[in-house]
Design a protein around this ligand. Structure first.
Ligand code: CMC
Length: 385
């Protein structure tokens, strides 16, 4: 059989057009609707970036105020979602908890909405669903971390914007502006990245005219894997294993000898460095200073320089965001759920884009199994002959 033109992992395959974001590995740039992500991350609140991804333009003051009003309306944990979360075993992975909560949210929201033929919904309905999901996820993620620490949920605060309120609901105390800014940056940087595995999953599901929530649930499943979103969590496990900068050489020697992948390094598209890293690294530096944890900065720098020198493979966004989330006080297992809360904006923008010009996504495969064979003694019936 000819398998020559199969692109394993769809590497290098352009599957469709998108106007949501542009990744350019040559110039090391990432644009959301034309704006460099670095500019957005350092000047815009996450809500404004969500609006940009959905609508194609940054919001006017009135539009931002309107989005913030709706977001506040849907911030609180509903009793149904809280009950669903509490059914998930405490030692299940938090991504399973988030996936379950979103699934329940979808079932409640779509209840009574008619036949499967109406599932994909109108553009207006899908925009509303996107905003509701975006608004509901922080409380889900925050309560997940709290409950694993034996704490009750914290009600949202109407006087706080998205990022500050997210931290408030997680920690039950007001965060320092340095921390809020670093957190907001991470959300903006995680929000969107063209046809990555989870976004593509969401588009495949949307392309069958299934509903937006089902597409997001599928995307959460794809994001959980350590080759994708799970890497930010994996980076912290590596940091914990290494302990301190002076252990890096020996640790790396052994890890490479046993052919381990070093999480937080490498990228399918960026081969000369991830465009989002410097912006997040600056935020990490500020956190290192704020919390007076030079040891974290030293370990980060040592592992980066040794690994780059030995393999020529550069860090991706998960490398600075993992230790940044750790310093902010998030549990390691909460990192990938934070990625969900951010990326839900990109996913939903892509789902709406897919539906606006839909074609069922259904590729072909090259069969390499056994040749045709038959069940011994099988007698075809008359209709088959
Ligand atoms: N550690 C060690 N070796 C690596 C790494 C790494 N992190 N990344 C790539 N390589 C090696 C790989 O072993 C292979 O070597 P060889 O040619 O000798 O077999 C070569 O580099 C090419 O790697 P690949 O896995 O074939 O390339 P890919 O385009 O399929 O990989 C990747 C992209 C992200 C899956 C991979 O770099 C990886 O597994 N990285 C670690 C996980 C990670 O950090 N994921 C986050 C991705 S970015 C943000 C996100 O989505 O969350």
């Amino acid at each position: 059989t000819e398998t020559n033109d199969i692109k394993k992992g769809l590497a290098g395959v352009v599957a469709d057009v998108t106007a949501v974001s542009k990744v350019n590995p040559e110039t090391n740039s990432l644009l959301y609707r034309g704006y460099p992500v670095q500019e957005l991350a350092t000047t815009q609140p996450f809500e404004a970036v969500a609006h940009l991804l959905w609508h194609g333009e940054l919001p006017t003051d009135a539009e931002l105020a309107e989005l913030r009003r709706t977001e506040r309306e849907h911030r609180a944990l509903t009793p149904a979602v809280q009950a669903a979360i509490e059914l998930v075993p405490l030692d299940a992975h938090p991504m399973d908890e988030v996936r379950t909560a979103v699934s329940l949210l979808g079932a409640v929201d779509l209840a009574g909405s008619g036949s499967v033929l109406d599932a994909s919904g109108s553009p207006e309905a899908n925009l509303e669903r996107s905003i509701r999901l975006f608004a509901a996820l922080p409380a889900i993620v925050a309560y997940g971390q709290r409950r694993r620490r034996g704490q009750a949920p914290v009600a949202p605060r109407d006087d706080l914007d998205y990022a500050a309120n997210f931290l408030w609901m997680t920690f039950g105390e007001e965060s320092d502006p340095v921390v809020i800014d670093a957190f907001n940056r991470s959300l903006v940087l995680y929000a969107e990245h063209s046809f990555n595995a989870s976004t593509f999953t969401a588009r495949v599901i949307a392309s069958t005219l299934s509903d937006l929530y089902s597409a997001v649930v599928g995307a959460i499943g794809a994001l959980k894997g350590p080759l994708h979103g799970g890497a930010n969590e994996a980076v912290l496990h590596i940091f914990d294993e290494i302990g301190q900068a002076s252990n890096v050489s020996d640790w790396l020697e052994e890890a490479l000898a046993s052919k381990r992948k070093i999480m937080g390094f490498g990228h399918r598209v960026y081969k000369r460095g991830d465009s989002r890293v410097p912006t997040m690294k600056t935020a990490l530096d500020e956190l290192v200073e704020h919390y007076d944890r030079p040891d974290v900065g030293e370990l980060y720098a040592e592992l980066e320089s040794e690994f780059v020198a030995r393999k020529g493979i550069y860090p991706n966004l998960d490398y600075p965001s993992g230790p940044a989330y750790n310093l902010m006080g998030f549990d390691t297992a909460t990192f990938t759920p934070l990625f969900v809360a951010a990326r839900v904006t990109g996913w939903t923008a892509h789902i709406m884009e897919q539906l606006a010009a839909n074609a069922l996504i259904r590729p072909l495969s090259e069969y390499v199994g056994p040749d045709e064979r038959h069940i011994e003694g099988y007698v075809p019936d008359a209709a088959e002959v």
